[in-house]
Design a protein around this ligand. Structure first.
Ligand SMILES: N[C@@H](CCC(=O)N[C@@H](CS)C(=O)NCC(=O)O)C(=O)O
Length: 239
């Protein structure tokens, strides 16, 4: 059994999608980041970086004591190796898959994350931040659209590269972008989104922020702000 330390964000959903796709048994341990659930010393034993998601595999590859994995990209690779699926075996195919996974981890995720921050969380309008990260967010969608104009999936066959990107593409609506403006990306988005494991892994409760479009700025209480971006987060060592 795998413990999934989970939050309903794109980084959380990509791991849950993989667990569903690979039919690996797992238990969800749900965190509320606004309440600071992730800021505890116990969670830092699992993820020294104090961020979600993380997993603990109680029956790890190779046996032995329970094994913790943090960083969603590293988790996807670990699970693909455990399942023997969703990552190509041949060196070229594997490299292409890892290239797009690293692109998601180092580009799509962080840049879109900052765009969400400046559009939705920054307490005052900051045009420089909005322009910088929205330009980068759009540029990365252009890159993905160009790739998907010639292939059905990022690494040829459906893989962890697609799983890592899909929840971030769903989230573009919250930064007031419409995936339909990138035609090849939209076809891929629908193709991947039709998969039952994706629907189950990325399921959202009604009213969740990811179900809404054209959101305005989120208002946080001082305590919630501190848990996510301020003193409480810094004190916990989760910075
Ligand atoms: N590169 C990390 C990013 C993890 C991350 O930033 N997670 C967010 C939720 S999606 C988080 O834990 N935020 C809490 C905080 O910023 O204190 C990964 O992909 O796992």
């Amino acid at each position: 059994m795998i413990d999934l330390h989970h939050v309903m964000t794109p980084n959380g959903h990509k791991v849950k999608i993989m667990l569903e796709e690979a039919a690996l048994p797992y238990t969800v341990i749900a965190y509320n980041m606004l309440e600071g659930d992730h800021l505890t010393p116990a969670f830092r034993q699992i993820n020294p970086n104090g961020r979600l998601p993380a997993i603990v595999d109680n029956e790890p590859i190779g046996g032995g004591a329970p094994f913790a994995v943090f960083e969603s990209g590293a988790i996807l690779i670990y699970l693909a190796e455990k399942a023997g699926r969703f990552i190509p075996n041949d060196p070229r195919g594997r490299s292409v898959c890892l290239q797009w996974l690293m692109w998601q981890m180092a580009g799509l995720g962080p840049m879109h994350g900052q765009a969400h921050h400046f559009v939705r969380y920054c307490p005052e309008q900051n045009d420089y931040g909005v322009n910088r990260y929205m330009n980068e967010a759009r540029r990365l969608l252009d890159v993905m659209d160009r790739r998907l104009a010639s292939v059905d999936f990022l690494a040829g066959d459906y893989s962890i590269a697609d799983m890592s990107c899909w929840p971030w593409i769903r989230a573009v609506r919250a930064i007031q972008l419409d995936v339909a403006d990138w035609p090849a990306l939209k076809r891929w988005y629908d193709r991947v989104g039709d998969r039952p494991a994706v629907q189950e892994g990325a399921r959202l409760p009604e009213g969740h922020w990811l179900t809404q479009t054209a959101q305005t700025r989120v208002t946080l209480t001082p305590e919630q702000w501190s848990n996510l971006f301020g003193e409480n987060m810094l004190k916990s060592g989760a910075n």
